[in-house]
Design a protein around this ligand. Sequence first.
Ligand code: GRF
Length: 204
Amino acid sequence: RKTAILISGRGSNMGALISAAMSPDYPAEIALVLSNRPDAKGLERAAEFGIPTAVVDHTDFSEDREAFERQVDAVLKDHKIEIVALAGFMRILTPFLVNAWANRMINIHPALLPSFKGLATHERALEEGVKLHGATVHFVSAEMDDGPIIIQGAVPVLDRDTPDALAARVLEVEHKIYPKALALVAGGKAKVTGARVTSGGDDA
Ligand code: GRF
């Protein structure tokens, strides 16, 4: 299924998804990488892989988030996109885009949701003294960093951790679980029932 990855920055999760999608039996094709920032490093990386790229610069839409999203939606439709994967896409979405892509838009968040929604997740995990931390791939719903959970991956928090060290450990897990989650969604295996996703297996 034709998938777009939406990024704002370096695009390491994007890279993991593109690599996974190169294997012949992978159920998603990365057909577009779209950034809201023209200078996002990930755009260069996507182009090196030969993936079509697009920029919809949110600063061109002043404070009108929905107008920005209408343009994003139009570009996705132009490329006949069926699934959207947010990967470090740093824009809060309005109900317009969330509803337009309901059950077809997924996100990765660097924490074990529902703990630590929002930014600075690793700093806050260290402040709280949690002993397990990790990452979550979930369907996108109207609330930020909310929505039915597809896969989570956990890592230990170590006594001498810094936010950067913890972030690096979590990022490795992100790169493993995101390709698995996209495969479940693109393969039609992740079914949403209320707040829960079942995938008919234990492949997480
Ligand atoms: C990742 O930690 C992701 O979970 C978060 O933003 C970061 C993006 O990193 N939402 P990258 O652009 O995928 O390298």
